[in-house]
Design a protein around this ligand. Structure first.
Ligand code: AMP
Length: 198
């Protein structure tokens, strides 16, 4: 745990292995990387050098920050393992990657991405819903990319499938510049044991 419990020392970033169709996404990813480096926050991410994942890592490293990549060996080639990172951990499966990314991080930030990003986000949220951890999960709604998803979650609440307090476990900021200020306002996570794979 960090010595100041409100201070995030390692931030897990979930985001696309593609860059999307608008430069605004890559720019947001680079801003996140730079802001993290400036604040001395280590980035924990999926270890790739492509898409938004690569943009976050490159900007953090260029800003003198620390980057910890965690990649399963079967993806090291497809996601083009980033060889420049401070620490690269090659694990045996997607499950181990997710577990290690969880263990190494104090909070989670979600940038635009695809199905993999959604999978990772909802696993952290559902673990939190089950009380397995209470690390903050913050979605960055860059250029309204995630608005349809937020509307879908709203519908789940209205139709009685998600409790409002569980929907509230996902924090939302509109711009990447608001991410760290939002994290500073969230209550500190309680220490959690590593979640065991079934
Ligand atoms: P995407 O958002 O689909 O571009 O994927 C972003 C990241 O999520 C990539 O590093 C993928 O390897 C990863 N990913 C894709 N599918 C899964 C999954 N089922 N579980 C965990 N991570 C995944």
């Amino acid at each position: 745990m960090p010595s100041d419990p409100r201070r995030i020392s390692a931030l897990c970033v979930y985001c696309g292995s593609n860059a999307g169709d608008d430069r605004v996404f890559v720019e947001a990813a680079a801003t996140l990387g730079r802001d993290a480096a400036e604040r001395g926050v280590r980035i924990v991410y999926g270890g790739g050098s492509i898409g938004l994942m690569g943009a976050v890592a490159d900007a953090a490293l260029a800003g003198g920050g620390e980057v910890h990549g965690i990649i399963p060996n079967h993806l090291a080639r497809r996601e083009i393992q980033n060889t420049e990172v401070t620490r690269m951990e090659v694990v045996e499966s997607m499950h181990h990657r997710k577990m290690r990314m969880f263990d190494e991080s104090d909070a989670f930030a979600i940038l635009p991405g695809g199905l993999g990003t959604l999978d990772e986000t909802f696993e952290m949220l559902t673990w939190r819903q089950l009380g397995l951890h209470d690390k903050p999960v913050v979605l960055v709604n860059v250029a309204d990319y995630w608005t349809p998803l937020l509307e879908a979650i709203g519908q789940m609440v209205r139709r009685g499938f998600v409790r409002p307090k569980h929907a509230g476990l996902l924090s939302v900021v509109g711009r990447v510049e608001d991410l760290f200020p939002a994290l500073e306002l969230t209550p500190p996570p309680r220490p959690t044991d590593s979640i065991r794979l079934a």
